[in-house]
Design a protein around this ligand. Structure first.
Ligand code: COA
Length: 309
């Protein structure tokens, strides 16, 4: 396990007469030999940064080696904790083969130091060549166009206008930062379920399009996985530039990549042609979307049911 970048960093820190503590944890043997729940409890007890614990949990659940660059820096199953005593805020953990956290953000196109809702590498490996005929000029999640970035929702998107964008779709309400972050954490605590995906204009640092894939574990279809497309919206100033198609197809390909047997959506009638053009169809005899709405004054708002609270 030889790491040139790390060695360089250590030499530099020693040259600057600063203190640095490094600790390498090799979990490779533990993967198959101990229950992951037990392992995670030990990791939680050992590691202070909650994001690192989440990353390791995610890694154990998937056991997919995450390839961020051509050259793996560390062996699979190895996590490097890197603590600079006099600058705790720059201390970090290097999961697997990531050189350091700046690289992690840069390589994955994330806002520096921000935390994504799900693994951004999932977006990078989506195969847009199979649907290239949809886009003219050609764009994809990896190459969405000048200054644009397709990525998972991040914690910092509260300040990048994510909620204002959603308010162009429907009623959002007054959501405090705490509420937003709480909901973000709750979503993240449901592994492999919430894939809220956004397009950011990196020139203005604003989120300008969004769509969500929510996956649902089923017993039917051989314990299959169903995908639901939710909350599709493009900022009014950016409409008509293929971004609606791009964000919908990003989460649609993601659903396919994750093994969903189907993906479905509800939409207004006028948007049927838009979704038809992307491969979504009404299934005759099986295409009704029905709703029962609840409000505060009665249990059921719809006519026919009179039950009151
Ligand atoms: C629907 C929406 C996401 C489309 O975004 P967009 O970036 O303008 O869409 P695109 O530029 O990718 O357009 C793709 C195609 O759909 C068509 N289209 C776009 N909006 C449409 C609409 N409201 N009704 C019908 N067709 C529409 C475009 O004409 C275009 O067709 P073309 O490829 O033949 O030129 C956007 O209008 C929006 O955010 N609307 C408000 C929120 C909303 O209704 N969301 C959907 C909830 S189900």
């Amino acid at each position: 396990m030889y790491h040139l970048g790390l060695e360089e960093d250590l030499v530099q820190v020693v040259d600057e007469r600063k203190q640095v503590d490094a600790c390498v944890i090799d979990f490779e043997k533990a993967f198959d030999m101990v229950p992951h729940g037990t392992l995670m409890r030990k990791v939680e007890a050992l590691i202070l940064d909650k994001r690192v614990v989440e990353w390791i949990g995610d890694f154990l659940r998937r056991l997919i080696p995450v390839q961020f660059s051509d050259e793996p820096y560390l062996e699979k199953g190895t996590f490097l904790l890197y603590v600079q005593a006099d600058e705790p805020e720059t201390s970090y953990c290097i999961p697997g083969n990531v050189q350091h956290q700046k690289d992690y953000s840069r390589i994955n196109g994330l806002p520096e130091g921000d935390e994504p809702l799900y693994n951004p590498a999932l977006i990078k490996r989506l195969n847009f060549t199979q649907i290239s005929s949809l886009f003219s000029p050609p764009i994809s999640a990896a190459n969405p166009g000048h200054s644009l970035l397709v990525r998972p929702l991040c914690r910092g998107d509260y300040d990048r206008g994510f909620l204002q964008l959603l308010s162009q779709l429907t009623h959002v309400g007054h959501i405090s930062r705490e509420q937003f972050l709480g909901r973000f954490s709750s979503m993240k605590a449901c592994p492999d379920t919430y894939y809220v995906t956004v397009v950011e204009d990196t020139q203005t640092n604003k989120v300008i399009a969004a769509a969500s894939l929510i996956t649902e574990l089923k017993f039917i279809h051989d314990c299959g996985l169903r995908g639901r497309l939710e909350d599709v919206v493009v900022n009014g100033d950016y409409r008509g530039k293929q971004l609606g198609k791009l964000i919908v197809m990003t989460v649609t390909l993601l659903a396919k990549e994750l093994g969903c047997y189907k993906m479905s959506l509800d939409c207004k009638d006028k948007l049927i042609p838009f979704y038809n053009s992307l491969g979504y169809i009404d299934e005759p005899g099986n295409a009704n979307s029905m709703t029962i709405r609840f409000d505060s004054s009665s249990i059921f708002k719809n006519p026919g049911i009179t039950a009151k609270l």
